[in-house]
Design a protein around this ligand. Sequence first.
Ligand SMILES: Cc1cc2nc3c(=O)[nH]c(=O)nc-3n(C[C@H](O)[C@H](O)[C@H](O)COP(=O)(O)O)c2cc1C
Length: 171
Amino acid sequence: MEFSDAIQKRYSVRSYKCDPVEEHKLQQVLEAARLAPTAANRQPFQLIVIHTVGKEAELRRIYGHDWFVQAPLIICACSIPNKAWVRRDGKNYSDVDVAIAMDHLVLAATDEGLGTCWIAAFDPAAAREVLGLPDSVEPIAFTPLGYTDNQVGPKRRKTLTEIVKHECWQD
Ligand SMILES: Cc1cc2nc3c(=O)[nH]c(=O)nc-3n(C[C@H](O)[C@H](O)[C@H](O)COP(=O)(O)O)c2cc1C
């Protein structure tokens, strides 16, 4: 798939088939995240690959929607803030690093014909408990990974004029 096609075709999938994800496709998707850039190349993230079958009830504690546990796999992207680059003014870039890795993962999944959906509205306490996360690790985002069961319409986005300014901030 052309890069521009992957950008166009990716959308948030909220209905999945239970068909298995081939191991080589999973590896491609994880590899795309591994190759993502991170501030100062600190790579302060971990990806947890979770098989949903048999764990549905526990996983629903993390995010309650039925479609969350439909796909055979869920990936949890975690940051490790104390391993991340920190700017002189104290800003920790771990969230940014995880977001970039996650976006690589999501676009690679599209390229492999797989659906994903960024999930941030999960219960962090439940995620910590179910996944056994230590205090130094922060769950940032989840996504199901599987074959999609539906199609969506065109993207609703602001226009370029609305989001781009030239040379400096203008109100
Ligand atoms: C950081 C982030 C967090 C999100 N969290 C959720 C979520 O918790 N639940 C959900 O259903 N969608 C979530 N989404 C998906 C957005 O709603 C979706 O990307 C947006 O509406 C645009 O639609 P599209 O992804 O189909 O292009 C999230 C997306 C991002 C980037």
